[in-house]
Design a binder for this molecule. Sequence first.
Ligand SMILES: [Mn+2]
Length: 239
Amino acid sequence: MHRLFISDLHLDDPSSPQFLRFSECLAAESPSVDEIYILGDLVEMWIGDDDDSPLAIALINALADASAHCSVFLMHGNRDFLFKERFAEHTGVHLIDDPHLPDPRLLLCHGDLLCTDDTEYQIMRKQLRGEQWQQQFLAQSLAQRRAFGEDLRRRSQQENANKTESIMDANTDAIIQLMSEYSVPTLIHGHTHRPGLDTIGNRQQRVVLGPWERCGWLCRQQNEDFELQCFSLAHRYGT
Ligand SMILES: [Mn+2]
């Protein structure tokens, strides 16, 4: 089994180095891997599957090309929880729940549910993921939704600037509890922007994917081996 895992690309411009490397990465890897998992925050903000922005169109094309070669799975992050069935149909990706078990030895999540110390965030998350809020939001025009998304992003930046680093990190008890609930040896998540591969005891490991900021990050699984890799965003992927 050969799988790739990525998250937290925060794409917002189809001509950015991040988007170019993402699309090159999909094109280079999709013919040779079995599965690609995108574990949330693929884009900086997703305002609905009817979005017709240049980013949305480029994203659909890149994912549809990759889906023609391998299975691509997409999990919601806190920025892009409005990816719905229409997007899945247009791209051929499979939407997966958070958390998700691709097999009994591996658990995947975005990571925000692990940040249990950030109670303010968890309250807001509950509201934004509710059916009622989403229906009201999606009933607005694209321009209204775009303005709301930008406002939300600004507010979250301001609020996060006042929070300590530890509040926004994954809570250790929450990690242990989740892994024992599913009794898996390996957990992979993103969200916290603190990439690393930690061993827990001598039988478990946690891989934290990194944000595509100073470099790109991916985790590559080949059978039982998991490797966290980073690569330059300044050069064509794979060169
Ligand atoms: Mn996130």
